[in-house]
Design a protein around this ligand. Structure first.
Ligand code: KIV
Length: 273
């Protein structure tokens, strides 16, 4: 079902995402971290695949996104790109690779692009990182912004609760969103903010705004693939809709395999050489 609305199998580009916003076609986005999952997600017709630094939690079992390294993101990014034919592939620049200096930011961004062959990068932050964003874009690399709950700043917030509920933070978020658009970002992720605020940002910007926990008034939605497939049991924020219960399906299948091995039922005569 590649190209959900139109049957269009052409590669998704940043330009085509902006056209989708203009004609009111919602943009679908999911994370992937490995070749096999990326093949399935792409084949099912998703528009954008994010190699999120949530790989730190989902793939490596870390409590936060902070520990994942540039080399690890490059490894995940390369694996995903090999599995994708149509979707736009965006890779998160991990914590510490774009905040120290603009030179470091551009050097690291170029390395990710050169080695992974992905289409674009995503950075968390607004005014504080705007010079780095401009320099990376000037090097010819498309950038997606990320505002609202920014997991790389979890130690500053101290909690994963909804962001920008007060006027001061909401006003800063709106200012930052405009700064990112003016800097040349092709899109923006808004994470865990009030739906009304997210809709206002999406209405004010010409670039697509993709929400996660930001309501339905934005231009598209993103979820972590393992969460929406129900692979993890413990994580159930209000914004998460589960489309499958892979935890149960996989557990049942593995329990059956264990039983078959123990009972000498597997392999049978047709499953050997
Ligand atoms: O890393 C990630 O998965 C993300 C999404 C939650 C947007 O940044």
């Amino acid at each position: 079902m590649a190209g959900y609305i139109s049957g269009d199998t052409r590669k998704v580009t940043t330009h085509r995402l902006i056209e989708m916003k203009q004609r009111g076609e919602k943009i679908s986005m999911l994370t992937s971290y490995d070749y096999t999952t990326a093949q399935i997600v792409d084949g099912a017709g998703i528009d954008v695949i994010l190699v999120g630094d949530s790989a730190s939690n989902v793939m490596a079992g870390n409590v936060t996104t902070l520990p994942i390294t540039l080399d690890q993101m490059i490894y995940h990014g390369k694996s995903v790109v090999r599995g994708v034919k149509r979707a736009l592939v965006v890779i998160d620049m991990p914590f510490g690779t774009y905040q120290t200096s603009d030179f470091e930011a551009v050097t690291n961004a170029i390395n990710i692009m050169k080695i992974t062959h992905c289409d674009a990068l995503k950075l968390e932050g607004g005014e504080e990182i705007i010079d780095a964003v401009k320099k990376i874009i000037a090097a010819g690399i498309p950038i997606m912004g990320h505002l609202g709950l920014m997991p790389q700043s979890i130690n500053k917030y101290g909690t994963y609760t909804v962001r920008a509920k007060d006027d001061e933070e909401a006003e800063k978020l709106i200012r930052d969103a405009h700064l990112l658009e003016e800097a040349g970002c092709f899109g923006l992720v808004l994470e865990k903010i009030p739906a009304e605020l997210a809709k206002r940002v999406a209405d004010e910007l010409t670039i697509p705004v993709i929400g996660i926990g930001a309501g339905g008034g934005v231009d598209g939605q993103v979820l972590v693939v393992s969460d929406m497939l129900g692979m993890s049991n413990g994580f159930s924020p209000r914004f998460l809709r589960r489309y499958a219960n892979l935890h149960t399906i996989m557990t049942d299948a593995i329990q059956q395999y264990v039983k078959d091995v123990k009972d000498s039922d597997f392999p049978n005569v047709n499953e050997q050489y």
